[in-house]
Structure formats: C-alpha cells, structure tokens
Design a protein around this ligand. Structure first.
Ligand code: HDD
Length: 667
C-alpha cells in the first residue's frame, strides 16, 4: 500500500463513513430501535403507514439503482499516482507536465464495452482504459481503450454502431459478445470498421490482465505551450509488465470459473502491493507535418505507425489503492474527453468532437443532473468557483449574493491571465455533411495489421473470424464480410472462407508493409505476478516443491497449492481444493505428485487443459507420472527433472507456447 497520502485521498476524508461500532439511525438521525419488525396494529395485524423507518428503508432500497453506462457498463476502478520524467515546457503549459516533483493523483476505470454490469470479464471485446488526473489546474481525463483505433470515423455513427453490437433488440441476446448478425451486418456495410475489427479478432481483445494491456487515447489531441504553439499528440499507456493475452478456448472456460477474473486480478494485485504500472508515452507530430502521412491524423480508424513516429515515454502511473465502495467511486466516476487543462487541446477529429458532447450529456442522465461534478470521486482537488447554481442535489452553500457576471457586488470573475485558452486555429469552410476524401482508405492499415502478425497471431485471428461468423445466421452477411477480408489480404479471405465452406473471395494485390510494434511477440518476459498451481497429494516430494516455490516467489510469482482435500499436504497449507480449482485460473502448472494423482481424472484434466492453452508444465518428483498419465505429447514447455527451477522459470516468463500443436488434445 502507498506510504504517503495524495491530495485526492486526503480530500475524500470528509466524505468517508468509518467502519465502527455504532447504533443505527434513520436518515434524519433518529435512533432506530428495531429494524427487523415493521410497526403493526397487533402482532398479526396490518403494517401501519406511520412506520417512518419502514417507509424510509424501503424507499431507499427501491431507488438504489441508477442507469448503467450505455456502453462500458462493466468496469473496475483503482486509484494511483502519475509521476513525470522530465518537464515538457517546450510542448505544453500543463502544470502537471512541467513539474517532476509533483505526484498527480489519478483514478482509472477499466471496462468491457458490450456487456451489461453483471457480464463476464473475459469476453472478446474492446477494453476501456479511462484515466482521471486530479491536477492542480483541474481534472484532465484520457478516456481511452486498449486498441489505438475505433470502429467509425464520425461520432454521428456511434449510436448505429452501439445498437449493432449490443444484444439484439428483440430478445436481448447475446450478452458480452459481438458474434451475432447485427454486428457483422454493420461491419460488412461500414468498411471503415475493418481495421478495428482486425484488432477485435486478435488476442488483444482477450487480455490476460488489465495490468498487461496497453491503453490509447486514440484521437490526435494537441499540446499547446506557453507561447501558444501547438503540437499534435497521441497518448499511449504502455504496461511495464508487457502486453499479454489469454487464449480463446481458455476465456470461454474462465467465464464460468471466475466471471470476475480481470476485476479480481486487479484488486488482488493492489492489495498485495504489486499494483500495475504503465508508462505514459506520446507520439508527437509538429503542425508543419500534419499532411505528411498517407492517412489523415484526424481519422480515428488510423494509427500513426511507431516506425514513423516513435513513442516518447514522459511519465509513469502506478495504481496503488483500491476503492472503498464500488458504487460511490467506480460506478459514480464520470469521465469526459472534454475534461482538459490549460496546455492540452483538441484536434478536429469528428469522433472526438462528438465525444466532447456525448460524455457530459450521458452523465446528466446517469448521475441525475448537473451537480454530478460535486460527487466526491469527480471533484477536482483544486477549488471550484463559478456562477453555476442550483439543480438537483446541490451540495454547496454559495454565500455570494451574485451569480451573474459581470457584477459590481462580489468578485467572481474569469481569470484572464491563467485561464484556459482554446488553441487559436484558423478554420474556414462551407457547411457540408460529407466525409473528407482523406478518410477514404479503409483497407491499408487493416492489411498492415495482418502483415505484422506472427504466425500464431494470424491463426488466432482466423479462428476468431470463424467463431464469430459461425454464429451469424444470414449467409449474405458472411459473404459481405468475406469480400472485405479478401481485400485486406487474400490469405485471410481464403482461410476464413475455407473454414466456412465458402469459395475464397479473391482480392486485389495488397501491400507488404509491416509495423513490428503491432505484434505481441517480443514482450518483456517476466515471472512477477504470474499464478502457478502446484498439484499436490500424499506422494509429493515437499523438498522439491519448496525449492521451486521459493525461487518462483523470489521473482514475484504467486504460488498456490491445489490438492484433493483442504487442510495440509506435505506440511504446506492447501490453497484450493482440486474440485474448486481450474487450470484456466493459472498461468502455469507444476505436477508435484504422481503416486496419488496420476489416477485422478480431474488432476489429469487439469494438466491436459493447461497444456492445451500453451502453458508451461513442470513436473517434480513423482509428478512425472501424472504428466505421463495425462498423455501429454513430448513438447516444448513441458519440463520434468530433479531440478527444473531455471528452465521452468524461463518457460513461465515466456507466457505461452503458442507453437504447440494442440489440435489433438481432447481437453
Ligand atoms: Fe466512449 C464511455 C472510450 C468513442 C460515447 N467510452 C466510454 C468509456 C470509455 C470510452 C473508456 C467508459 C468510461 C468509464 O469508465 O466511465 N469511447 C471510448 C473510446 C472511443 C469512444 C476510446 C473512441 C476513440 N464514445 C465514443 C463515441 C461516443 C462515445 C464516438 C459518442 C459520440 N462513451 C460514450 C458515452 C459513454 C462512453 C455514451 C457511456 C458512459 C459514459 O460515456 O460515461 O458517452
């Protein structure tokens, strides 16, 4: 846990209700003597209207729910701090980007997009990565995702896109899935979505952890320095642990075993004091280079390849504190792309412009009126002073007699010198409803993504298309999507077509450019925070287990002992009983007993399933017999021996053995 308390944490003190032994009162502060029996006329008589405690308790309960977010309803939040590496005065006047001694408090909410509040975490979906910086100049939000592009180019299409991807209106099916007709119908008719769809079909859409995924502000924003000079900027969050994903078959099983998989992982990592860290990086483009690219910087369906404009790390965010109340903090937090501070401004990206309307608008409904900015999680750490007044749930008592400007009675006035000044961009043009021709190319970057994938990434993408299109009922929609896939790359079109039993769509010549940064290969290896299951029973060699366990824990891994019964095994406490555990909740498995477990079906399945998902399998002592009994083929990442410490740790650090042939594995 963090040692010093930041400004936001201290500010929340006045709203905190401590956990203490207290007598119950009504909302009016009147002592309650009985909350289990309503006031009745006689012991078996009707309840009386005058029972104000009953009425209040029931009314408050009846009104507990607020509308869930129209998208990104399912989320998890955490507090953190942001530390700047070096002052950026040449680029921006934003105070928090100029003073390296300041630790800026942050609150982050991660989310899925399609499903409702109670949906499972590990679905194929985009993940939200929204960050609120509580700066001394007010709140600055980066409302980003874990993909750097979006489905549409103009925000006016957002309701169409969301209606298409959400559960279908007649029966509200499917939940947490894009594998249905209306989504793919939108895709086939709106080819601007194709680049984003490639990301969605990749393993990026099933992150191992919120701690192991990138974040992107997506749009081009603008930094403005004290002399009023602007520089285009794209925001990137880069996880220090690297970017890692699950595999599809695994996520389907995690949904049943632990629907809160990502949420729990984030929470537990912070409770253990091993909260995630992300570097904030920027891609900077001087205004003079705005038109130097073969795509438009204002088009949110395009990346700036890192090979063209490298990432510059500017600071680091560490998430170090869990919220104390989910509703008060994580549910009520309100992000908004237009929450910017002096020195940060917008570009004319039409999606960004639309978002700058939508977020405030949606909070007015979701949080019940304009005073949602006074909800503790949303309040800036600096003072709020203006002539905005009244509305539902006004909490402040404004003593001033004037709420208009200018006035000659009190001193409320705009702050001409330090105030937020919008970037002075010269704009002219006819009023037209049209899309810029510079937004017209929908294929090149989808092709770039495909070309940049490793073999296993391509195989997973093809499999994802097959799963998704396999759930589409209408043939013409599948055909429409296939035609686009052929244009992205003939191989992609042909492979998906083969799986669907349809003719290959063909496709024109495509470029062969790659952007190596798009592939998830070559991530920083690491054992820290990986979860390892030790399958143990009465035949376990405790010494071998202890040696390996110490080495793994020394590098920050989390080891759990899984055994047929609770209690102790080999002198060590059992963390999970085998029937309540599943291999999909771990990153690697060590078979530590063969005598008792090799005849146990669940133990053999555990090993086989982990193998299928590309995980490192270790075997110590008689554990070798369990691996043999599971019938594992002799393959990479299956490590048995008297001292497996070095090779096993290396195998865990590499995350997965994607090249394994698991097509014959029955698990
Ligand atoms: Fe959005 C929520 C991210 C396009 C309108 N969006 C929302 C959240 C994230 C994003 C992370 C959840 C915030 C939280 O945790 O409370 N949205 C994005 C990204 C986009 C994007 C990265 C593309 C670059 N969004 C987008 C468009 C519109 C919206 C084009 C509308 C014009 N988004 C909303 C919203 C939500 C929202 C309806 C629902 C709940 C909320 O705002 O607070 O206003």
């Amino acid at each position: 846990m963090q040692s010093e308390r930041d400004a936001k944490d201290r500010r929340l003190d006045e709203y905190r209700v401590p956990v203490d032994d207290h007598g119950m009162t009504t909302d009016q502060g009147v002592t309650v003597d009985d909350t289990d029996n309503s006031l009745k006329a006689g012991t078996r008589g009707p309840t009386l209207m005058e029972d104000f405690h009953f009425r209040e308790k029931m009314t408050r309960f009846d009104h507990e729910r607020i509308p869930e977010r129209v998208v990104h309803a399912r989320g998890s939040g955490a507090y953190g701090i942001f530390e700047l590496y070096e002052p950026l005065g040449d680029l921006t006047s934003a105070a928090f980007l100029n003073d390296t001694s300041v630790k800026t408090p942050t609150f982050v909410r991660f989310s899925t997009v399609q499903g409702s509040r109670g949906s499972a975490d590990t679905v194929r979906d985009v993940r939200g990565f929204a960050t609120k910086f509580y700066t001394t100049q007010g709140n600055f939000d980066i409302v980003g995702n874990n993909f750097p592009v979006f489905f549409i180019q103009d925000g006016v299409k957002f309701p169409d896109f969301v209606h298409a991807v959400k559960p279908e209106p007649h029966n509200e099916i499917p939940q947490g899935q894009s594998a249905h007709d209306t989504f793919w119908d939108f895709v086939q008719l709106q080819p601007e979505s194709l680049h984003m769809v490639m990301w969605l079909m990749s393993d990026r859409a099933i992150p191992r952890s919120y701690r192991m995924m990138q974040g992107f502000g997506v749009h081009t924003f603008r930094l403005v320095n004290a002399s009023g000079q602007g520089t285009f900027v794209k925001w990137h969050w880069r996880p220090v642990l690297g970017t890692y994903s699950l595999v599809w078959d695994e996520v389907l099983r995690i949904q049943g075993n632990d629907p809160d998989f990502n949420r729990r992982d984030l929470w537990e990592s912070i409770e253990r004091g091993a909260g995630p860290e992300y570097e904030l990086c920027v891609q900077l483009v001087p205004e003079s280079r705005e038109h130097d690219f073969d795509f438009d910087l204002l088009d949110a369906t395009k990346i700036i390849p890192e090979e063209l404009v490298p990432l510059r790390p500017i600071g680091k965010m560490t998430l170090n504190r869990n919220p104390q109340n989910f509703f008060a903090e994580t549910e009520q937090v309100a992000f908004h792309t237009a929450n910017v501070v002096p020195g940060i401004d917008f570009s004319n990206d039409p999606m960004l412009q639309a978002r700058n309307f939508s977020y405030l608008d949606t909070q007015l409904l979701r949080l019940g009126g304009p005073n949602f900015t006074q909800i503790p999680i949303n309040r800036p750490i600096n003072e709020v002073r203006n002539d905005q007044r009244d509305g539902f749930h006004q909490h402040q008592i404004h003593e001033s007699r004037t709420s208009y400007s200018p006035n000659s009675i009190s001193d409320s006035r705009p702050q001409v010198r330090d105030g937020y000044r919008h970037y002075q961009e010269k704009v002219e043009g006819a009023k037209i409803r049209t899309r810029s021709p510079s937004f017209a190319d929908h294929y090149s970057q989808a092709t770039l993504f495909w070309n940049s994938m490793a073999g296993w990434e391509k195989r997973h993408i093809v499999a994802a298309f097959l799963f998704e299109l396999g759930h589409v009922e209408r043939g013409h929609i599948k055909q429409g999507v296939l035609t686009h896939l052929g244009k992205i790359h003939p191989d992609l079109g042909a492979e998906v077509a083969a799986g669907l039993g349809l003719p290959a769509p063909g496709g024109g010549p495509v470029h062969t450019n790659t952007s190596p940064a798009l592939s998830m290969t070559g991530q920083p290896p690491g054992v820290a925070t990986r979860k390892i299951a030790f399958l143990m029973g009465d035949g376990t060699d405790a010494t071998a287990v202890t040696t390996l366990r110490r080495a793994l824990e020394g590098q920050g891994a989390i080891c759990e002992i899984v055994a047929p019964q609770e209690g102790e095994v080999g002198g060590m406490p059992v963390d999970r009983q085998l029937s309540a555990a599943s291999s999909v909740l771990y990153d690697a498995v060590v078979a530590a007993d063969g005598a008792a477990l090799s005849s146990a079906g669940p133990a053999r399945f555990f090993i086989l399933e982990a193998f299928k998902h590309g995980k490192a399998i270790g075997a110590v002592g008689s554990g070798r017999r369990l691996v043999e009994a599971a019938g594992l083929p002799d393959d990479v990442g299956v490590i048995a021996g008297d001292d497996i410490t070095g090779p096993f740790i290396e195998a865990v650090a590499g995350h997965r053995f994607y090249e394994r042939d698991v097509s014959g594995v029955p698990a």
